[in-house]
Design a protein around this ligand. Structure first.
Ligand code: G3I
Length: 302
């Protein structure tokens, strides 16, 4: 009768949401959160700029509040994100070379150590590849420290929290034939071949809806899974929330045993980063939308 409970009955999967910690004071918001979801991701509060605003000075307050809210209610927590070109604090944006590499690795180590044992999955590295046809890494200050920065981050995370599942997370890796998808696939394949500690791939899945829902999405999920990693749908939202697209996403996840769960990127349309597109499962008044019913039905019939 709820998204989380129905997902749990599908092989122990989860159905989660991004949470903005300041909204935990909004009882309408928290009522839906606590009723429907069994997994949470901090929308912004565990990003680098939030956790280490000044070098060496960590601010875990908001992240801790979310972890406490979730774990006291049996919700699993996805950590988002240890290393990213965006949302870096000013002091890090201006760094380069070995200084930046060491600061990034220290951040990974300090944060993963602080949350050791409390995080089910870490987005260790977020959005490191370019869009378009190149299949190349995204240029960034982190990338300019050397191509091995991603594996260095994964190794540091594994050392700091050996029981967390370590994920690579990105957007526009949903369509199997896209160059970006293929490039991430080859990186994961290479990491598995060389023993770099990676456990999962997160497909953000910010869809624009209609024909933009890739008909080969299930192939993408199963192809990553065949490399020996779990797959997670980590930031789902779909422009105008068409019921058929939401239903397809759920059915595609349920068809792949290594697809462990789905996280929507916010609760009500008014909470969304793209609120003008009404992309979520609840309207601004907290009412269930048609897409909610489509998702729940798909979860129950999978
Ligand atoms: O909290 C400040 C507030 O104090 C200030 O007055 C206000 C003025 O702009 O900004 C507020 O911070 C904003 C923050 O959201 C909280 O609302 C930031 O400017 C804004 O940039 C930030 O946007 C977030 C964005 O990531 C930043 O990269 C979105 O909420 C968040 O939904 C979005 O999430 C990302 C994932 O992390 C990665 N994948 C894509 C996804 C969507 O862009």
């Amino acid at each position: 009768s709820t998204l989380g409970a129905s997902a749990a009955e599908q092989g122990g999967r989860y159905f989660g949401t991004a949470v903005a910690v300041n909204r935990l004071n909004d009882s309408a918001y928290t009522t839906i959160l606590n009723r429907e979801f069994n997994q949470v991701t901090a929308e912004n509060e565990m990003k680098i700029d939030a956790l280490q605003p000044n070098q060496g000075q960590f601010n875990f307050g908001n992240g801790d509040r979310l972890v406490q809210h979730a774990r006291s209610r049996g919700m699993q927590v996805r950590g988002h994100t240890l290393a990213w070109h965006s949302q870096q604090p000013g002091w890090m944006q201006n760094m380069s070379g070995t200084t930046l590499r060491n600061a990034m690795l220290n951040h990974v180590t300090q944060v993963a150590t602080h949350y050791r044992g409390q995080i089910a999955w870490w987005d260790v590295v977020n959005e490191a590849f370019q869009d378009g046809s190149s299949g190349a890494r995204r240029d960034s200050n982190l990338q300019r420290t050397g191509n091995d920065w991603i594996e260095a981050a994964f190794r540091a995370a594994r050392q700091a929290d050996p029981n967390a599942q370590l994920c690579y997370n990105d957007y526009n890796i949903d369509n199997w034939t896209d160059a970006k998808t293929q490039a991430v696939y080859r990186m994961v394949q290479d990491f598995k071949n060389r023993g770099v500690p990676i456990d999962c791939v997160g497909l953000q899945s910010h869809f624009t809806g209609g024909s933009n829902y890739p008909s080969n999405y299930r192939t993408t999920l199963s192809s990553f899974a065949a490399l020996g990693v779990d797959v997670h749908i980590t930031e789902l939202d779909i422009r105008n929330a068409p019921s058929d697209a939401y239903r397809n996403v759920v059915n595609d996840c349920l068809a792949v045993s290594r697809c462990k769960g789905i996280t929507v990127w916010g609760i009500r349309d008014s909470d969304s980063w793209r609120s003008n597109e009404s992309p979520l499962l609840f309207d601004g008044n907290g009412n269930k939308k048609a897409a909610y019913n489509a998702v729940l039905t798909a979860l129950n019939s999978g």
